[in-house]
Write a protein that binds this ligand. Structure first.
Ligand SMILES: [Zn+2]
Length: 307
């Protein structure tokens, strides 16, 4: 008897487990599985997909995308997705490896910056800010200009409509809402930065060229200084002179990145350090606390008005 009860219990467990697998399978099969690389890509895809697709971020939320290598587990995740969206071939260099292992009939790879007018990479400063294992031919940081981000969003909307035409209307609505919000953000940037008297922004990570371009500012990255190496006395002297010439009183650093060098330069030149986020890394804690692309872009704007 005891044996039978035990078997019945086991059987129930198996049936229960089977059911929950089945339920998962059904809902997963229902909704497109969309994989994104890092935060700015994730945010726009999630905004457009809404409830109609399952959107996942491949990179851990504290991972620097520039120095990322694809793991075997990642490759499987990509193969199992219906749509894989990334920023561009220059930013996520690991995508090159994917092309050969992904079945194009199953998984669509979408480069979100396709068709955008991209700036040339500023080379040294950006590369070295990331420890320098690869060089950008183009500047990948388009999302910091809301209207370029809007163009990327349009690419994503079209891709979602193609893989899931039944929900086309929903994707278009979500995209239009995102577009309106981006236009409002752009307008606020235009208005608040118009009056800025000092139009040179000094940053540690040269990620703000598109932003500077869009709002008539000039970005100056703490060039030639790698994030690992202390600047020499001569480099510090040159930097100080440049800051003085341009009447600079602020150096912007991303709190998510190492700011040791900027601290050294700032204290030598007696200028303030203020936070300016590249939005490349947004931690899970921040997301849970309600931070998103828009809230960070707005706090960036507040900081920029202090330049
Ligand atoms: Zn970057």
């Amino acid at each position: 008897m005891k044996q039978i009860v035990k078997s019945a219990f086991l059987l129930a467990l198996i049936i229960f487990a089977g059911c929950s697998i089945l339920i998962n399978k059904v809902s997963a099969a229902d909704r497109p599985q969309v994989l994104t690389t890092f935060y700015p890509v994730y945010f726009m895809v999630q905004s457009i997909a809404g409830e109609e697709a399952d959107v996942t971020m491949l990179l851990p939320s504290n991972q620097d995308v520039h120095s990322y290598d694809l793991s075997a587990r990642d490759a499987v995740m990509v193969q199992e997705s219906d749509l894989f969206v990334y920023q561009d071939d220059e930013m996520e260099i690991f995508v090159q490896e994917l092309a050969s292992i992904v079945d194009p009939a199953k998984t669509r790879l979408v480069e979100s910056t396709k068709g955008l007018d991209l700036l040339e990479g500023e080379g040294g400063a950006h590369q070295e800010a990331h420890g320098g294992d690869h060089q950008h031919e183009i500047d990948p940081h388009t999302w910091l200009d809301p209207m370029l981000y809007a163009q990327q969003s349009e690419n994503i909307m079209k891709a979602l409509v193609e893989i899931d035409p039944d929900n086309a209307k929903k994707y278009e609505e979500n995209y239009n809402e995102l577009l309106e919000n981006l236009k409002m953000l752009d307008k606020d940037y235009q208005e608040k930065l118009k009056e800025l008297s000092n139009r040179t922004i000094v940053v540690q990570h040269g990620a703000f060229a598109y932003l500077a371009n869009a709002y008539g500012l000039e970005q100056m990255a703490i060039a030639g200084l790698s994030s690992e190496q202390e600047p020499s006395a001569q480099q510090l002297g040159e930097m100080q002179k440049l800051l003085l010439e341009k009447n600079i009183s602020v150096i912007y650093v991303d709190p998510a990145l190492d700011s040791k060098i900027a601290e050294t330069v700032a204290s030598a030149a007696q200028v303030d350090l203020l936070p300016l986020r590249t939005i490349e890394i947004v931690t899970e804690e921040e997301r849970k606390a309600g931070e998103d692309y828009f809230s960070i872009m707005r706090s960036n704007l507040d900081q920029l008005t202090k330049n």
